[in-house]
Design a binder for this molecule. Structure first.
Ligand code: HEM
Length: 518
């Protein structure tokens, strides 16, 4: 028999066996509320097949049936899922110190420089150093203010690019990504370092090693690979087989990022040798740390790359996907767009664009953003945490090493906390003191506690100011004239950031006077 058909038969035999192994290895366990006080066991109630459904949907359905805290055996690991605001509070506040670390995954190892970025770092000195630097240098009020001009310039450039394609079908996400990536690159690396031209023109552009489309593709792949169910993570003895080919993809991706960072770091190093060198961006500051003998961690060039990656990953797709979800919900509901436009016309007027300082005066716009983050929190299961020691929640023992997911997507749709939970209704937030700062456990789009998103204020600034100007500057309709707005497909693509499965394609027409577009 020739090789290809041999191979095909072997694969077709292996796949069902493999699926059988996996489904046998996933057990659902749930607490029994009728047991006397004392440690309560988690009885096994059956095997589950979570394959084929989006994980946050399956876990949401299970939590409706089995309660707000349940334990799964997932391969070799215990996994606890919290699906209510009370359980989220227990994990992210009451026992935050116990669940402050992350599991070590192949993605953290191969794509994030051996877990040396803040997102995947174990709870320890490297993580503490990163958070301290981010919160003091980038996300403090002073830090955020110092990059105000960059955000304003890039936002204006974004509006001009949209204007240039008005009347033609626009893939909104690509424009949003261009905006968020430009802001983050300039904040962190001093300039964009990617070519604005398309692939074909790249060779002419000597200073850039990657095109904008190329880096977007790399970051999207990073999010996918950091969110996948990689068998080797859950069943370590099968890891060497790399059955799904994910580890190979991770290694390939790391090479592409290395090539990019080596160019950027090389450029910064060359500047450091100049006589009149003054550190002027975040990367300069990080390179200074590599030479610092007083740090209590061994901070290397890999640390520089990893911390830079945290910003590029954390700040681009998340904010772009949130605005894309918001516009998708709005395009289906012209009456909400009308109310937002009425507020913008009244507060801002048609003679100028919306500035960041205006956002606090736009309660309806803020309510739209909160409603979007409630129904479409891009990190649907937050980022996984791991128990550093044994702990008891509601009488149930959680063993050291257990992996914890907080189902933020499910919490945002919990009928006990939200009336008509499945409806997109910004009005529910008007006059309410519900915020995204991690103190309201029924609403956790940025998480809470020690590992809460450190960049949430920047994320919110980019989301709110871009959405406000998209609504103020343009009128919107679907590019497919035959599709009714209410039929717009809202399916998700699961990953560390859960994005639209099919990008939103729209037609825009300017709403403001022509002179504002030059
Ligand atoms: C709309 C925008 C954003 C959303 C929805 C978002 C959401 C999140 C969520 C849910 C987490 C996990 C929190 C947890 O485990 O409790 C997280 C972590 C993180 N985010 Fe964000 N984020 C956004 C923007 C940003 C920005 C702008 C940056 C940086 C430029 C950033 C950097 C990070 C980092 C470094 C972590 C890891 C924190 C840690 O493990 O200690 N994020 N983000």
């Amino acid at each position: 028999m020739e090789f290809p058909s041999c191979f095909a038969i072997a694969i077709s035999c292996l796949v069902p066996i493999f699926i059988a192994i996996i489904t046998k290895l996933i057990h659902l366990q749930r607490p029994n509320p009728n047991l006397p006080p004392g440690p309560k066991p988690w009885p096994i109630i059956g095997n589950l097949n979570l394959i084929g459904e989006l994980p946050h949907h399956s876990l949401h359905n299970l939590s409706i049936k089995y309660g707000p805290i349940m334990q799964l055996m997932f391969g070799s690991f215990n996994v606890v899922i919290a699906s209510s605001s009370e359980m989220a509070k227990q994990i992210l506040k009451t026992h935050d110190h116990v669940f402050a670390t992350r599991p070590q995954t192949a993605a953290g190892k191969h794509t994030c420089y051996d877990h040396s970025n803040v997102t995947w770092a174990p709870y320890g000195p490297q993580w503490r150093l990163g958070r301290k630097i981010y919160l003091s240098k980038l996300f403090s009020s002073k830090g955020l203010e110092s990059f105000h001009n960059i955000r304003a310039q890039e936002r204006h450039a974004f509006m001009l690019r949209l204007f240039a394609v008005s009347g033609k079908p626009v893939v909104l996400k690509d424009h949003l990504f261009h905006f968020t990536l430009s802001v983050i690159c300039r904040m962190v690396m001093g300039k964009k370092y990617f070519s604005e031209s398309s692939w074909s023109k790249m060779e002419d552009d000597e200073e850039r090693v990657v095109s904008r489309e190329g880096i977007q593709e790399m970051l999207e792949e990073l999010f996918v690979l950091n969110g996948v169910f990689n068998i080797g993570d859950w069943i370590p003895w099968l890891g060497f087989l790399d059955l799904q080919g994910y580890v190979k993809r991770m290694k390939d991706l790391r090479k592409r990022f290395d090539r990019f960072y080596e160019h950027v770091i090389g450029d910064h190093m060359a500047r450091r040798t100049q006589k009149d060198f003054v550190a002027s961006d975040f990367l300069d500051f990080l390179l200074g740390l590599v030479e610092d003998p007083h740090l209590d961690v061994d901070f290397t060039l890999n640390g520089v790359k990893a911390f830079t990656l945290d910003q590029m990953a954390g700040g681009t797709d998340t904010a772009a996907a949130t605005v894309e979800w918001a516009m998708s919900e709005l395009i289906k509901r012209p009456n909400i767009i009308r109310k937002a436009n009425e507020e913008l016309d009244r507060v801002i007027g048609r003679e100028r664009w919306v500035e960041e300082s205006d956002i606090q005066n736009l309660p309806y716009l803020n309510a739209i953003i909160k409603e979007t983050l409630r129904l479409h929190p891009v990190a649907v299961l937050l980022a996984p945490r791991m128990a550093l020691e044994d702990c008891k929640i509601e009488g149930y023992e959680i063993k050291k090493g257990t992996i914890i997911f907080v189902n933020s997507w499910s919490i945002g749709r919990n009928a006990c906390s939200w009336e008509s939970a499945e409806e997109f209704c910004p009005e529910r937030f008007l006059g309410k003191n519900i915020d995204v700062n991690g103190h309201n456990f029924e609403f956790l789009p940025f998480g809470s506690g020690r590992r809460m998103c450190p960049g949430y204020k920047l994320g919110l600034k980019m989301v709110s100011s871009s959405l406000a100007n998209l609504l103020h500057g343009f009128s919107w309709r679907l590019a497919d004239e035959n599709m009714k707005p209410q039929d717009l497909d809202m399916h998700e693509l699961f990953g560390l950031a859960t994005v639209r499965r099919f990008p939103l394609v729209a037609l825009v027409e300017p709403r403001l006077p022509q002179n504002l577009f030059y």
